[in-house]
Design a protein around this ligand. Structure first.
Ligand code: SF4
Length: 62
């Protein structure tokens, strides 16, 4: 699984970073970044939860 954050939608709430800090972090400019090219299997459920929780629907999974 790969995760991506749409910079045009992200508003920097940080919910994704709280939900799965091993995969998401906030960059210096306050927007979420994906830390890994491939989501480790043990984090897939948390990443799905983060995507569902994002109020801006900025996270896509594929
Ligand atoms: S929860 Fe959504 S809007 Fe908030 S920082 Fe994460 S990707 Fe951006």
């Amino acid at each position: 699984m790969k995760a991506a954050v749409d910079d045009d939608r992200c508003r920097g709430h940080g919910i994704c970073c709280s939900t799965c800090p091993d995969v998401f972090d906030l960059s210096d400019d306050g927007y979420a970044v994906v830390l890994v090219p491939e989501v480790p299997a043990e984090h897939e459920n948390d990443v799905r939860r983060a995507a569902r929780s994002c109020p801006e629907h900025a996270i896509t999974l594929h």
